[in-house]
Design a protein around this ligand. Structure first.
Ligand SMILES: [Zn+2]
Length: 322
């Protein structure tokens, strides 16, 4: 935001200067071009984040299967995988862990998650941004359960819910309500059964989430296979950071307001760049299918991207449209 603001100051200087000639024009042009690039990369960033949500952790998972919780075929676990925990939300505000992860002699089996105390009807929230893979009722097991796959590679599982508040295929934000706490399935007493997995491999959620302190254990967790891993970076509760972010966002809005009010060529171009949208070409797509999808025409697409109607598209190619 700061960069854009500075670039706009340059544009403003260009506007007040009396007749801009030759050299001057070039000098003033440079920051505008730079700004365009900055805006482009912001929009691209947004596109990639969106794609990450539509097909989360595509580098890790071989498929998107919405009938079975465990369905990854014979894919090998990575030797090491860095899981970004920074943009988390606590699944519940409850702080008391009533049953830990690990072997339970009483049931002679592994407890594959954490049980967190809850009251019936408490809101249960997605731990990260992600896409909902499974929403179902398993009478003898999880009861009402939600499974979400996240761009950071994790899948999170929320069991024994009294009610689902989401659907298969939904894209959810960290902290978005996905269900209400309950006592359905193989459960005695209302609680949240919470699991964290990577490609079907269980990770003790307590290695990632500190329910007592309502925080993550670190900024990253380096998964190193079967029960091993390390925490990287101390997560610092960042109320202050969030305040700063907010202040910056507000500052940004002011800037664009001023800019929008101007009808100079530079302002119009900047506005056009900001409104530019991008499309990443997928397998099987054609100029006309892409044009249709974004409610534009093949001719406009061609013009915006320097293509002809007969140009061959590559999978992964980025096209502008607006
Ligand atoms: Zn449990």
């Amino acid at each position: 935001m700061f960069f854009i603001k500075r670039a706009l100051t340059w544009i403003a200087i260009g506007l007040v200067a009396t007749p801009v000639l030759g050299q001057d024009l070039l000098a003033h042009q440079a920051p505008v071009d730079k700004k365009m690039r900055a805006v482009d990369s912001v929009a691209l960033q947004r596109l990639f984040m969106q794609e990450d949500l539509e097909d989360p952790a595509a580098d890790l998972y071989p498929n998107w299967e919405d009938r079975f919780i465990n369905a990854f075929g014979d894919v090998e676990l990575p030797k090491e995988y860095k899981i970004d925990l920074r943009d988390f939300a606590m699944p519940t505000t409850n702080r008391i862990v009533t049953s830990k992860y690990g072997y339970r002699p009483r049931f002679r089996r592994q407890h594959k998650g954490l049980d967190i105390n809850a009251n019936r009807g408490d809101t249960i929230r997605s731990a990260f941004d992600g896409k909902v893979r499974i929403v179902e009722y398993q009478p003898g097991g999880y009861g009402n359960v939600v499974v979400i796959r996240h761009p950071n590679g994790l899948e999170t599982i929320y069991g024994h819910l009294s009610k689902h508040l989401t659907q298969k295929g939904s894209i959810v934000k960290a902290g978005e309500p996905i269900g209400l706490a309950g006592n359905t399935g193989f459960s005695k007493g209302t609680h949240l059964h919470f699991e964290t997995r990577l490609l079907g491999e269980y990770i003790d959620p307590a290695k990632l989430f500190d329910f007592a302190n309502q925080d993550v254990t670190g900024d990253f967790y380096i998964f190193k296979g079967h029960g091993r891993g390390t925490i990287l970076g101390k997560h610092v509760a960042d109320a202050e950071d969030k305040q700063t972010d907010l202040a910056q966002a507000e500052e940004g809005e002011d800037v664009s307001y001023e800019e929008d009010a101007s009808n100079s060529k530079a302002a119009r171009e900047a506005r056009a760049a900001r409104n530019t949208q991008f499309h990443k070409v997928r397998r099987g797509e054609t100029l006309s299918s892409i044009a249709k999808k974004h409610r534009t025409t093949v001719a406009k697409l061609c013009r915006a991207n320097g293509l002809t109607k007969r140009s061959k598209l590559r999978v992964g190619q980025i096209l502008k449209y607006s």
